[in-house]
Design a protein. Structure first.
Length: 393
C-alpha cells in the first residue's frame, strides 16, 4: 500500500491543523484536522478492500515458431456477492504492459480481454500476473495486488526444411523396425514384468533366481541415433547486435531444423547444450514428444553461458566420448568456436559421422575429404542449403 502525493500533503496538513488547533485552542482548525484525518482513514479502508477476482488465461497457441502469431486471452471474473469492482488493472506481457478494463465489474460477471503476444524473438515470454490497483475516490491511497499466475508462451526458433538425414552406422537385413516398441533382437537389459508384456520375453532363469518375473529389454540397432550439440558458450558467439548474438540465434534455428528433420524421418534424436546449467525452464515441459515439450522447448529457453567456456566444452566432449549417445554427431557453434573444433574432431572415434556447423560467418567452405564435415554459413537458411548438399555421412 502506498500513499499518493495528495495523500501525503493531506496527512501533513492534518497533523499541522490538529497540532495548531489543540495548542492554541482553535476549534475550527481542530475540526479541519480531524476531517482530514477521517478522510485518510476512509481512504485506507477503501484501498484495503480486496476484491474477489479470478483470473484465467489461455494462449492460442502457447508454442509458436518465431514470427508466427499468438494471442493471449485473459478472463477476469468478480466472484464477490456484494460490491462491484471499479478498478484499474494491467497485464504484463514480456516487457509490455497491457491495460485491462475493469470498470464496474458487477458481482458474478466477468470480462474478457485478448491481445497479441510478441513473437519477434526466440525465447519464453512470461505473461502475467494481472496487477490490480485499488484507489479511493479522493486519490489519497493506492494499493496494487497481483492476481493469477504467470503463463509462459514458448517462441521456437525458425525451422528450415532439410531433405537429407544421416543414415547411421547400423543396418538391419529385415529393414527398419522402429514400429517395435521394445526394439529388435539385440539384448540390452532386464526389467520387472508388467501387465501386457509378452511371456516369450520372460527370462525364466533370472526370474527363478530373484523370485519375480524378469523380462528381457531389447534395443533396435538398425536405427541411426542423432546427437545434436548446441554450443551456447558466450565466447563462441562474440558479436552482439543490440544485445543479441545473431550467430547464436542462427545456431538455434539450425538445431531446430535438424531436430525437426530427424523427427519427421522417425529417427531418434537427442539435443544437448554445451553448458546446460545456463538454461532454466520456467515451467516443467509437458510430455509432447520431440516436437513439443522437448528439444524445441529447450531451444526456446536456451541462453548464452558466461562462465568458463573452455572447461564447459571439455566436460561436454568428455561426456560424449564416454557415453556415446548415438552414431551421428552434429555440433553447432559460432565464429568464436573455431579454435576449439579440435576437441570435437577427436570424437570421430566414437561417432561414425561428425558434422560441424559454424554459424555467423561469410561464404561457406566445402566439406573436407578427411576429418569432420564442416559447414560454414552466414545464417540458418544457408546452413540448410549446405546441409542438403552433403553426400558423405
Amino acid at each position: 500500500m502506498g500513499i499518493t502525493a495528495r495523500g501525503a500533503g493531506l496527512l501533513v496538513a492534518a497533523v499541522a491543523l490538529l497540532g495548531v488547533g489543540f495548542r492554541f485552542a482553535y476549534p475550527e482548525l481542530t475540526v479541519l484536522g480531524a476531517a482530514a484525518g477521517a478522510a485518510l482513514g476512509h481512504a485506507l479502508l477503501t484501498a484495503a478492500w480486496r476484491p474477489r477476482l479470478v483470473v484465467r488465461r489461455h494462449a492460442d497457441p502457447d508454442r509458436v515458431a518465431r514470427g508466427e502469431p499468438a494471442r493471449m486471452a485473459v478472463t477476469v471474473a468478480n466472484t464477490g456477492r456484494l460490491r462491484a469492482a471499479n478498478l484499474v488493472a494491467e497485464d504484463r506481457c514480456g516487457d509490455r504492459v497491457v491495460p485491462v478494463p475493469l470498470l464496474r465489474l458487477r458481482p458474478g460477471r466477468d470480462t474478457r480481454v485478448g491481445y497479441d503476444v510478441p513473437t519477434g524473438r526466440r525465447g519464453v515470454v512470461p505473461v502475467g500476473p494481472l496487477r490490480v490497483t485499488r484507489r479511493d475516490p479522493l486519490g489519497l491511497v493506492s494499493l496494487t495486488r497481483p492476481y493469477g499466475d504467470t503463463v509462459p508462451v514458448w517462441v521456437y526458433p525458425r525451422v528450415h526444411p532439410l531433405t537429407a538425414a544421416p543414415t547411421g552406422a547400423g543396418r538391419s537385413l529385415d529393414g527398419r523396425v522402429d514400429a517395435v516398441p521394445q526394439g529388435s533382437i539385440t539384448f540390452d537389459s532386464l526389467r520387472e514384468y508388467v501387465i501386457g508384456d509378452e511371456l516369450r520375453r520372460v527370462h525364466w532363469r533370472t526370474s527363478a533366481r530373484v523370485g519375480e518375473l524378469m523380462v528381457r529389454e531389447n534395443v533396435d540397432t538398425s536405427l541411426p541415433r542423432i546427437v545434436v550439440v548446441l554450443d551456447n558458450r558466450a565466447p563462441a558467439h562474440p558479436d552482439l547486435v543490440d544485445g543479441v548474438a545473431e550467430s547464436f540465434e542462427a545456431a538455434c534455428e539450425a538445431a531446430a531444423s535438424v531436430v525437426t528433420a530427424a523427427v519427421r524421418a522417425d529417427l531418434p534424436v537427442v539435443l544437448l547444450l554445451v553448458a546446460p546449467d545456463a538454461t532454466v525452464l520456467p515451467t516443467p515441459a509437458d510430455d509432447r514428444g520431440p516436437t513439443g515439450g522437448g528439444p524445441l522447448d529447450l531451444l526456446a529457453a536456451a541462453d548464452l553461458d558466461r562462465g568458463d567456456g573452455a572447461a564447459g566444452l571439455r566436460t561436454a566432449t568428455a561426456r560424449l566420448r564416454q557415453e556415446r549417445l548415438g552414431d551421428t554427431l552434429v555440433f553447432l557453434t559460432g565464429p568464436g568456436g573455431r579454435a576449439d573444433l579440435g576437441l570435437v574432431g577427436a570424437l570421430r572415434g566414437g561417432y561414425r559421422s561428425v558434422v560441424v556447423g559454424v554459424l555467423g560467418v561469410g561464404q561457406p567452405t566445402a566439406a573436407s575429404a578427411t576429418g569432420p564435415l564442416l559447414i560454414e554459413a552466414a545464417d540458418a537458411a544457408r546452413f540448410a542449403a549446405e546441409w542438403d548438399r552433403i553426400r558423405r555421412w
